[in-house]
Design a protein around this ligand. Structure first.
Ligand code: WQD
Length: 338
């Protein structure tokens, strides 16, 4: 069975390629290396004993996408990670996001609907919920006006797929709404490689722990939560990767009830920023240098998943704890800086 993984050298993509290869799938990776490097192929091979086929392509070139699908007409499934994902950058450069996240998605789908049966997994995000009214968040929670072009591309991306599935029964798609992916493979052969100053909490924590950053700023401790800091659902990237394989197998085994389905992927547990810091200090034995700073625009107060649909329908449950994830992130950070 041959699977295309776009963005397969990125953080979540590379961990998913490992899990696919562990399950015996043949994988072909497309990546434009904008936010990754071919060294990740070495890490994937070191873990799973196989080096996936790799093509450096920019999917924004429609003819490149068409040519790829002509050369690979025997794909059994596609997992589409390739997209830009920095919230702040999307505000500054919306057209980059609409072209890279939606234009590319359109080209992919235009090719997939020409096949007899396409199995398509789409990388979506809990960001589509905005500040949900109720916790934990179920898949039926209303999709709210996006707070950023990035978030909008996830909402519109899902709509594009849903509309396409409606008139193309041969297209079978699952959108996976990630909560907050963190951590690294326990082998420390692959992990998160944020470019520049990390925007996300956990890589900023581990870089501060390594002394690459002077001090972590906690963006606000005056929120209406127990300790005043924001709450998120931090899910180990390996648990997240495994969910992609399970979702793909659901489509390949033709077990999906609808030809467009949505699943939340989280642990079902909310953790505050201060609790994440405490977890880091526990697993690293290091005291973290942080200060309380002003709130960050666009942050929601809390977001954690109701995971019952993925648990019951996919038969998938996240198994790693917050400490497991922080420990793997810390080991990875130490390795790449050694
Ligand atoms: C988590 C918490 C911050 C950094 C974003 C995207 C989401 C997904 C994951 C791509 C918040 C606080 C952070 C720091 C801090 N991205 N924080 N100091 O914002 O929940 O989600 O990344 O798919 O779509 O929106 O994650 O890690 O940026 O922030 O206090 O230096 O940590 O305020 O409460 P977020 P995050």
């Amino acid at each position: 069975m041959k699977i295309l993984v776009t963005g397969g050298l990125g953080f979540i993509g590379s961990h998913t390629v490992v899990e696919l290869q562990n399950e015996g799938y043949d994988v072909v990776v497309i990546d434009n290396l904008a936010n990754s490097s071919t060294q990740v192929l070495d890490g994937i091979e070191a873990i799973s004993g196989k080096r996936p086929a790799f093509e450096e392509l920019d999917l924004r070139d429609k003819s490149e996408v068409e040519d790829f699908f002509k050369r690979h007409s025997n794909l059994n499934g596609v997992i589409h990670f390739a997209a830009s994902k920095a919230v702040g950058e999307s505000v500054q450069d919306p057209l980059l996001y609409y072209e890279n996240n939606l234009g590319v998605l359109t080209y992919m789908l235009q090719n997939l609907i020409t096949t007899d049966r396409a199995n398509f997994i789409f990388s979506s995000s809990c960001t589509v919920y905005g500040q949900a009214d109720e916790m934990p968040i179920t898949e039926n929670a209303p999709v709210k006006a996006a707070e950023s072009p990035y978030g909008n591309t996830k909402q519109v991306g899902e709509e594009i797929i849903k509309d396409t599935c409606k008139v193309n029964p041969q297209l079978n798609a699952i959108a996976l709404r990630y909560f907050n992916p963190i951590g690294a493979h326990p082998s420390a052969e692959i992990g998160e490689l944020p470019l520049g100053v990390p925007q996300n909490l956990v890589p900023y924590i581990t870089q501060t722990g390594m002394g690459l950053r002077e001090q972590l700023s906690v963006f606000g401790d005056d929120y209406p939560t127990e300790d005043g800091t924001c709450i998120r659902d931090y899910i180990h990237v390996v648990d997240l990767a495994k969910a992609h394989v399970v979702a793909l197998q659901r489509l390949m085994d033709d077990k999906n009830e609808e030809n467009f389905e949505v699943f939340n992927l989280g642990t079902g547990k909310g953790s505050s920023v201060l609790e994440v810091i405490a977890s880091f200090e526990r697993v690293s034995g290091e005291k973290l240098n942080y200060k309380i700073a002003a709130r960050r625009a666009g942050d929601v107060v809390q977001a954690y998943a109701d995971t019952s649909k993925a648990n019951e329908v996919l038969g998938w449950t996240a198994v790693s704890t917050l400490d497991d994830a922080l420990k793997s992130a810390w080991i990875w950070e130490q390795k790449i800086r050694s």
